[in-house]
Design a protein around this ligand. Structure first.
Ligand code: ZN
Length: 96
């Protein structure tokens, strides 16, 4: 079975889509949300560097052709913080 590859909106890395966060501009409402929904999608590595580039350089917004609400980035930062807590690593200071 061939894996389903996607490309990170920030660093352009190719990886199976399960490795990425999915951000969706929902077709019916045009709102941008995480994970679920039918519409235009962008993918992002679950990493500080890609999240920061996505926000500062508006990579997600450009990829989705929509404005991405700040709360969405906050939600991703929280996921990252949780994942790091599970790993026993300190949160990255760059996100503070
Ligand atoms: Zn990336």
């Amino acid at each position: 079975m061939k894996p389903n590859y996607r490309r990170c909106a920030s660093c352009r890395k190719l990886a199976p889509k399960e490795d990425f966060w999915r951000i969706v501009r929902v077709h019916s409402s045009q709102t941008v949300q995480l994970d679920q929904g039918m519409g235009r999608s962008a993918y992002l590595c679950p990493e500080v560097s890609c999240l920061q580039a996505a926000q500062k350089k508006n990579r997600l917004g450009r990829s989705l052709k929509a404005s991405v609400p700040p709360i969405l980035y906050q939600a991703l930062e929280q996921r990252l913080a949780k994942a790091r807590a599970v790993d026993g690593l300190k949160p990255d200071r760059a996100l503070e």
